[in-house]
Design a protein around this ligand. Structure first.
Ligand code: ADP
Ligand code: MG
Length: 208
């Protein structure tokens, strides 16, 4: 469960950006849309504890992000928040499997290769696990990003424009998998996008 209250962010020298309150329960999906520059990526950075709001707070599994010290936030993020961002930040010289296991290592969790395998199998990519990330297509990398986001059983999965670089077929495949896998893992799913195609998948919708 994730819940926000009175969130506001201000970049230096810019007008403050105010965000509506919302909540999203386990297995629920929420779509946040808005034109370019409306604050979608900023909002996801706040939800992930990557930026501190000027005011307001975020509660994930009943824990206040504002109350945490930076080192606590990093650990909390690794264990409770799955991120699927536009820039996927893979280590391109490592294999698919190594990139996924790295996520567990960074959260201070034991490596669980069989869980990584089962996520990859659900995504139809188990046969790619020993390949380097750079050998995969954009759509495949986006699906690997889903496996990585889910590996630590997060309470919430945050996806920033997960379909913007994909064609219609890959876009609906990635959304379908994201949705199905987040629900299967009992995670809340929040997708932000300007991509109108996503509206067909997620009826629960907030506009910025
Ligand atoms: P979106 O993801 O909806 O396109 P962003 O959250 O990236 O929007 O940006 C929201 C607003 O904040 C925009 O006006 C953008 O120019 C501004 N902004 C984003 N990042 C920075 C930054 N690092 N410094 C100053 N302004 C920024
Ligand atoms: Mg953005």
């Amino acid at each position: 469960m994730i819940k926000t209250s009175g969130l506001c962010y201000q970049y230096l020298g810019e007008q403050p950006i105010y965000f509506p309150d919302f909540s999203c329960s386990p297995r629920e999906k929420l779509l946040i849309t808005g034109p370019s520059g409306s604050g979608k990526t900023t909002l996801l950075h706040l939800l992930a504890g990557l930026r501190l709001p000027a005011s307001g707070d975020i509660f994930i599994r009943e824990k206040s992000l504002r109350a945490m010290k930076p080192s606590q936030t990093d650990r909390f993020r690794g264990r409770n928040i799955g991120l699927v961002f536009q820039q996927m930040h893979f280590v391109s010289s490592l294999t698919v499997q190594e990139n996924i296991l790295l996520q567990q290592y960074m959260a201070g969790l034991p490596q669980d290769k069989s869980r990584a395998d089962s996520l990859l199998a659900s995504l139809g990519l188990l046969h790619k696990k020993q390949q380097k990330i750079r050998q995969l297509s954009q759509g495949e990398q986006q699906r690997i990003a889903i496996a990585r986001a889910l590996i630590n059983k997060p309470a919430v999965v945050l996806a920033d424009e997960p379909t913007s670089s994909l064609d219609d077929l890959n876009s609906s495949r990635v959304l379908g998998l994201l949705e199905q896998m987040a629900a299967g893992e009992n995670a809340a799913l929040i997708v932000v996008t300007h991509d109108q195609r996503v509206k067909d998948f997620i009826p629960n919708h907030i506009a910025l």
